[in-house]
Design a protein around this ligand. Sequence first.
Ligand code: ZN
Length: 202
Amino acid sequence: MRDPSHPVNPAAPDDFDEVGDTTLEPVVTDLITGLGEDVSREGLVATPGRVERSLRFLTSGYQASVDDVVNGALFDAEGSEMVVVKDIEFYSLCEHHMLPFFGHAHIAYIPDRTILGLSKFARVVDVFARRMQVQERMTLQIADALEAALRPTGLAVVTEASHLCMMMRGVEKQGSSTRTTAMRGAFRDDPRTRQEFLEAIR
Ligand code: ZN
């Protein structure tokens, strides 16, 4: 992987220096110093800039909008069969510790005349994952956004994640994973529809 502190292309997506008026570099320098490190040593001297660019990318969902993602990718369609998009990888930051939580999202919907290009589901997930988050809210925000865009007969979002704030510190439960769900319409009201989805993502 190339060093993000030396962007090959200044417009590359990890170059977020232009976002906001404040630079985070002095704050990161203070943070590193506060941890007892010498920020002038060779391995750390470029770290504040790298951390800023990294954090700007990991929180780039604040600059993204669902409208921009789905624009041009909504299509009229016949039929009302369940569509399941599973194992969408995501990476987010827990808002309590600013440590990563990451895992997979599974999305299903039953269209009512409108369908969304399949690749767009992952991008909608990223709009909300690339923020400071709690998993429960992220799951609901993904569901709310897709419900508003698609007006489907039913919609289901399940996210499964490992939280580094639990694994590296605190309770240090290495193997635990957290699952949150949002069920709307037919997925909430019809146990057979819900079951069909849960079987599909097993
Ligand atoms: Zn946390």
